[in-house]
Each structure stands twice: as C-alpha cells, then as structure tokens.
Design a protein around this ligand. Structure first.
Ligand code: PLP
Length: 391
C-alpha cells in the first residue's frame, strides 16, 4: 500500500461501509503523534476516540505486553492468572470499596450489556436511561442509548426502557420507583458533545435510587481511567454507585472492558450467568496494569486538570468559539456556527486529528501524556483554522 488513496480503495473493497471510508491510513504512532502511510505527521487529539490514555507505543505498555505475550497469552476464564487478579484488586481499590467485584469483557458495549443482565437479576425489569446518551451498539446497549437516529433502523429493541432528559432530577423523580431495576447515566455525555451535568446531579440520583432500591449504574467508559482528572469521573460528587462500566482507556490501547458491581449487587451473577472468552486476558490486563502504574507514578491525573484550564482559556479566545466544556482531557469545543465537520477536516489538513460530535461541537481527547509543546501546537493550529472561518 503506497498512499492514502490506495488505502481508501482497499477499505472500500474489503470492509463494510458502516464507518464511511477513512481518508488517511495510519501506520505509526509515538505518544500523541501519528504518521500516515505517506509520512505525514499528525497530532492525535482524538486518541482512538478517548481511548489511548498513554498515547501510542508507550515504552512501559510495550514492555508489559511483550513480556506477557512471551509468558502466557490467553487462558479463558476457566483458569485464573496473576494479571487479572492484580487488575481486579487495583480497580477495587480505585473504587474505595472493599465489596466491589469486577467482571471483565472487551468493550464498552459489552460492559453495559453485563450491567443490563446484572440488573435483570434484581427481579425488576425496567431500565431508565437518558436522552442523548451513548452506551454502545449491541442490541442491549443500543436499547439504552438515547439517540433515536441510531436506534431506528434496528427496532424492535429491548422493551421497558424509559428515557428521561439528562441533568433533570425532576424528570428522574417522576420515573424512579420500586419497579425500576437500574438507571444508567454517563458522568459526562461524551458522544453527545461532551455535555456536563450540573454539580449535584449524580448525588441527587444517588439519593433517589437509594430510596427506591434502584441500581445506579455509571457508564464511565469515556470518562474513566483518569481522563477527567479523577479515576472514573464521578468522584467529586462524593457518591458510591452500584455499578461502574469501563472500557476505552482501561486497556491502555488494548481491548478491555469491565463492569464493576459494588455491594449486594456484586453477588448477583452466579456460575453460568454471564461470561466472555477473551474478557480479562493476560495481555490486556498486563497492558492495563502498566497504564495505571504510569498514570499514578507520573501524576497525570492532577496534570490533566490544569491542562483543562489552559485549553478552556486559550480556545475561548477564538471568536468562533462559544464555549469549551468538559473536564480534564475530555473537552467539547462549541462553535457559534455549524461548521464543526468542515473545521475538523481543515484541522486534519494542518496536521491535527480531532472529531466533530455534531455540526457545532468538536471533541478533543488527547492522551494524558500530551506534551506542553504539542498543546501549544494544537492551540495555534486551531487558531489558524478558526481564522479561515471568521473571515
Ligand atoms: N459507553 C460510552 C459512554 C461510550 O462513549 C462508548 C463509546 O463511545 C460506549 C459505551 C461503547 O463502547 P465500545 O465502542 O467500546 O463498545
């Protein structure tokens, strides 16, 4: 394959058309930089869609994966192995709850599927979710995804799902009752354009769900693993959810998801209830442990909180920007005009990868190892492209 055009042609002849055809083909990455097949360098501010928490080819992750692959590759869950035990203990400690227990899978949709199945075992069937939410593409996860355009072609979906507006505790009060098994909410709606609820929303949901014995599931697939400056993205509310779902950043770039259940609901699954052949594989867990260890030792969570302020301050100086919302390194740049898609294409043209979650919102989710110099380059590139729209 010689160039991007040839890659696009091969994509069209060999892959299904569910993503559209990518116009560049990436062959190499280091930290927050990637290179395409023609040797062009890009600043990767999308990070594999908020996934590459330590960027590309982090030496500690490369080492961990390589050593693990030499030792033991895949065993299934009919056997235990040291890395899955260590990672479960680590995640348990990160929740601060000794009675947290982990189920490992391979993706965010699977983590939410596991949460759905867990909730069925409470004996209640109704699920509450929020409009605008995104929880994945499998039939179960899609059923609780509050975006009708994504659901419509695949109906009928699961029944007994009630959608309420996000960040609306009055609406939640109207539907949360003893008939509800679980409410699932994102601490920040990432795919919906990095929509941040009011402080106190999650706490109010916690109080409400507790009163009615309803499971509170927090989908931290996108906010998790330090991206917002906290491990999972809800901690500043001072609450303990019943269920946490994770994926994206968890595997340090490898496919790994988790559904963490806390308290009584952690004992609902019994042998045969649920499973995954690959979930919690030695190599993915080794990668996750290496990523967590670097996040801790390099103090990256605290740093990313201060980077949030830099981005918000600098990007807001562009007249085309109406606001910059989000937390840590999960940010939505809201434009005054509906030019986000064109803007993102132009950014790519000047060597920056980001994505538009709608016509007016650009999302950035760079790796937590992004350097100050790379941030300055991004801000400058953004300014240049913004000027072309302001003229
Ligand atoms: N939940 C949230 C909050 C997400 O942002 C996503 C993906 O964007 C998912 C679930 C689905 O994750 P996956 O694509 O790994 O199935």
């Amino acid at each position: 394959m010689k160039n991007n055009l040839e890659a696009s042609k091969l994509w069209e002849s060999g892959l299904q058309n569910n993503y559209g055809t990518p116009n560049i083909s990436l062959v190499k990455g280091v930290g927050a930089s990637v290179w395409d097949v023609e040797g062009n360098e890009y600043l990767d501010f999308l990070g594999g869609i908020a996934t590459n928490i330590l960027g590309h080819a982090h030496p500690k992750i490369v080492y961990a994966i390589t050593e693990q692959a030499k030792q033991l590759g895949h065993v299934s869950n009919l056997y235990s192995h040291p890395k899955v035990l260590e990672l479960a203990a680590k995640l348990q400690a990160m929740t601060g709850q000794e009675n947290a227990k982990v189920f490992f899978c391979n993706s965010g949709a699977e983590a939410n599927e596991a949460a759905l199945k867990l909730s069925r075992l409470t004996g209640r069937k109704r699920i509450v979710s929020t409009t605008g939410s995104f929880h994945g593409r499998t039939i179960g996860a899609l059923s609780i995804t509050g975006q009708s355009s994504k659901q419509k072609p695949f109906k009928p979906l699961l029944k007994n799902i009630v959608f309420i507006p996000y960040n609306d505790i009055t609406a939640a009060k109207k539907v949360i009752s003893r008939r509800v098994a679980m409410i699932i909410v994102e601490p920040i709606q990432g795919e919906n354009g990095v929509v941040v609820p009011d402080f106190g929303y999650l706490r109010a949901l916690r109080d409400l769900t507790k009163k009615h014995g309803v499971l509170l599931a927090l989908d931290c697939v996108q906010t998790g693993m330090g991206r917002t400056g906290e491990w999972f993205g809800y901690e500043s509310e001072g609450i303990v959810p019943d269920v946490i779902t994770l994926a994206k950043g968890l595997g340090g770039g490898l496919p790994l998801g988790a559904m963490i259940a806390i308290g009584d609901c952690a004992n609902l699954f019994t042998p045969g209830s649920h499973g995954s052949t690959f979930g919690g594989s030695p190599i993915a867990c080794a990668s996750a442990l290496a990523a967590i260890s670097v996040l801790e030792s390099d103090g990256l969570l605290a740093r990313n909180k201060s980077l949030e302020l830099t981005f918000k301050l600098e990007l807001s100086k562009n007249p085309i920007v109406s606001s910059v919302r989000g937390s840590g390194l999960l940010l939505g740049i809201v434009l005054k005009n509906e030019v986000a898609k064109d803007f993102v294409l132009k950014l790519q043209g000047v060597g920056v990868l980001a994505n538009a979650t709608s016509d007016s919102v650009i999302r950035i989710a760079p790796p937590l190892v992004v350097t100050d110099d790379q941030i300055n380059k991004f801000i400058e590139a953004f300014r240049k492209v913004a000027q072309t729209h302001e003229r």
